[in-house]
Structures are given as C-alpha cells and as structure tokens.
Design a binder for this molecule. Structure first.
Ligand code: GLU
Length: 428
C-alpha cells in the first residue's frame, strides 16, 4: 500500500488571509537570496504549532471553552518571541502569519530571537476581570510546556496589557516553583518590566517616521498625520507626532472615525478614549460615518496601527499620503503594495516600523537576566539608535537593489535567518 503524503492546505493558502499575504512576501524576496534560497522553505513552515483548549468557569457557574494558540515560527537565531492577542477573530492561520512576521522583524532589527505569536479566540470585552484572569492563567498553563525565558517569551499585543503579562508571569512561576520574570516582557515596572516599554512601539513608529520624512523632504512640523487605531501603538504615535508639531487630522478606531483638518487635540482625544473606550462621540472633531473615507483623507503620513489587511486593492488607489508607517502587523496586502509603489507612496513596512516594541522587550529581558535596570533615557536612546540604523540599512539596500523597503527588509531578515539555519545545519 502506498501512503499518499499531502501538504496540509493551511500551509499553502496563497492569496488567502494574512498567511497568504506573508507567503507572497516570501516569494517576492526569494530571487534576492542567492544560494540561501535553498533553505527558503524554512520560512514557509512554522517550526511548532500548539492549539489548546482553554476552559473557564464563568461568574454565573457555567463553563466556557476558548481556543488558544502558540506558534513558534522559527528559532534559528534564538528563542521564540512575540505577543499574545485576545480577539474574537483570531485563527491559527492568523497566528501563523503573525509569528512569521515576528521572525522577520526580530531579524530585521537584529535582536537575538526567532519568531513566535499566540492568541485566544475571544472578545475580552465580554469577560469580567475574574474571568479574564482565569482564562489568561489557564492559557498560560496550557502553553507552559513550550514557553520559558530561554525558549519562547510572550508579550502584549492587541487587547493584552501589563496586567495580563503579570498573570502570565505569575502562573508560569507558580508552576515552576520560583519566580521567572524573564518568561514574558511588557510586565508592570514593579515586576521587572522596563521603563519605556509601554510607549516603545509608538515611539519606534515616530522615530522611523522622522527618518522617512527626511528622505521625502517632508517637514514633520506642520505635516498632516492620519492614524487608524488609537490603542497602545496609534495613540502614542499620534501623541509624539503632535508634540513634534504635526497635525493629527484623522483618527479611526473599531467604532468610529473623527477628522479635523486643522488638527485634533490629541491629549483631549486620549482622555475621551480613556473615559469611553472609543473616539466615537469626541466633540473636538467631525465624526464621519463612511469608514472608507478615512483612507482618502488629505494627509502626508498615514499610520495604520490596528489589524491586518486594511490597505487593499479596494482603497490603495485612494490614499493621498506620501508616507505610510505600518504600526500594525500586516496591514497592507501585496497587491495594494504594488498600487502604492506605482503611485509613489513610500511604505515603511511593519517589520521595521513597529519593531520598537520588541526591541524594548529585548531590553526588558536583558535587564531581567542581569537584575540591573536602566534609566528611561538610556532605553529611549538605545531604541532610537537601533531603529535608525535598521531603517538606514534597509533604505540603502532598497536603493541598491531597486526594490521596495519591504522587500529590502525581507532580504536583510531572511538572509540573517537562513544563514543561521545553514550554519546550524539539519539535525540529525
Ligand atoms: N506584539 C508586539 C509586536 O507585534 C511586541 C512583541 C514582543 O515584544 O515580543 O511586535
């Protein structure tokens, strides 16, 4: 009897979902990898994927089950590293893509990690604090068999925060019998968290935005900025741009869109969002109901800082910005990339633009191991240097090879990952 081996379809879904976008990005970089292309299949297959059942007792005594994931895409350059997302639309294939983008991101900015990501398919807004804690702890316990300070280090992502990292650290530590602060990053400062971590992703977006503006001959002072997503990434980036004299002319979140061509008061908007959970109902701007209009807003810099697959063939041609800074992971589809390129829009890809978060996660992990903590100035200085150097190296390669910044970033990253892969060799 012959056994027919079929490649599982979830690995090869070109053109479908974020994983399909990622596969297309890898295909685009492959011709530039020389002899390392022999190893490129490594990038298309996550090393290890864990699906876990997460049962909890609800406050009303019923039992609820959630599906959780942890995907370790690659560990050639070091332990797995990447956030944990709580969202009702999380799927295995989305987590695969997010973990793969972490591999590329960590290599692009040269922090000594592979790539990983996790998530639970849940709308956390439907849970009480107690339910959220029980779910987080059970999930951590279930993935505890593959995470660890030297194995795979989770961190915050969409809808997860310092409190959730504290519960994850505590659960892992309780199971181990000793406190292991290096098992997660993005912790509260009192538990071995790092100064500057909370703002790091938004700060990194701002730093590379300033570099890109210089290349485009755009003055940040007076520049018009539009931001999608007003959470930990979009909110901080908007604040830093506005403090530097830019005008934040439009903000869109999952509920509404507010615009003001003379510039929104970002501090007042942040206070409104803190109080109500959304930009909806903010009186300091005009609320528009057609969500698609956001993309066509008159701006110089556009910051998608929400979820994947937002800039598509449907809206790419309407974008008027000169620069796009990808605060989100995977916000632009490959087909949209082509349209933007043709229209002369400079796209600073996610794997560079939003790498500030994981860079300061790396600082946190190093500080935890040495039990010696740095000042916020030291952290911001080191973050700025790493972001600028990564941007400049990718910019120069893009010029040399006449490719987009995304392809250049992927060349840098895939070369680092696959060189490590080749040097380590196959076992056995
Ligand atoms: N979730 C963030 C990202 O997508 C940070 C990951 C980390 O710090 O490990 O880059």
């Amino acid at each position: 009897m012959t056994i027919k081996h079929e490649v599982p379809s979830y690995l090869t879904q070109h053109g479908i979902g974020p994983w399909g976008d990622y596969l297309e990005q890898i295909d685009r970089v492959t011709p530039y990898l020389g002899n390392l292309a022999r190893w490129v299949e490594t990038m298309k297959r996550p090393k290890r994927m864990l699906i876990v059942d997460v049962p909890i007792e609800r406050d009303d005594g019923t039992i609820a089950h959630f599906e959780g994931y942890r995907v370790q895409h690659n560990t050639s350059r070091g332990p797995g590293k990447g956030g944990v997302r709580f969202h009702q639309d999380v799927t295995l294939s989305e987590v695969m893509a997010l973990s793969a983008w972490m591999t590329v991101k960590n290599a692009a900015v040269n922090v000594p990690y592979g790539g990983a990501k996790g998530g639970i398919r849940v709308d956390p807004k439907t849970l009480s604090q107690g339910e959220l804690q029980r779910m987080t702890r059970r999930y951590t316990s279930e993935i505890g068999i593959i995470i660890g300070p030297n194995k795979d280090i989770p961190a915050p992502d969409v809808n997860t925060n310092e409190q959730i990292m504290a519960w994850m650290m505590d659960t892992y530590s309780m199971n181990q019998g000793s406190t292991a602060s290096g098992v997660v990053t993005g912790k509260p400062i009192s538990l071995g968290g790092s100064l500057g971590r909370r703002e790091a992703t938004g700060r990194g977006v701002f730093v590379v935005g300033c570099e890109a503006a210089v290349k485009r001959g755009l003055n940040i002072h007076g520049a018009k900025v539009a931001v999608q997503g007003f959470g930990n990434v979009g909110g901080i980036a908007a604040r830093l741009f506005s403090e530097a004299g830019a005008k934040v002319v439009a903000v869109q979140d999952h509920i509404s869109t507010v615009i003001r061509s003379s510039g929104l008061d970002v501090a007042a908007l942040q206070a409104h969002v803190n109080a109500t959970g959304s930009v909806a109902g903010f009186s300091g701007g005009e609320e528009i109901s057609d969500r698609a209009q956001f993309w066509a807003v008159d701006c110089d810099i556009l910051v998608p800082a929400a979820l994947e697959q937002q800039i598509t063939v449907e809206n790419a041609a309407s974008i008027r910005a000169k620069i796009i800074l990808e605060g989100a992971n995977g916000p632009t589809s490959p087909a949209a990339d082509d349209i933007l390129h043709e229209n002369g829009v400079l796209v600073v890809p996610d794997v560079i633009a939003n790498a500030g978060g994981v860079t300061v996660s790396y600082f946190e992990w190093v500080q935890d191991f040495s039990s010696f903590f740095w000042t916020e100035d030291e952290i911001n200085l080191r973050l700025t240097r790493i972001m600028r150097e990564a941007f400049t190296a990718v910019w120069q390669l893009a010029e040399e090879k006449k490719v987009s910044l995304r392809t250049a970033a992927f060349i840098v990253a895939c070369t680092r990952v696959l060189q490590a892969r080749e040097m380590r060799g196959l076992y056995p």
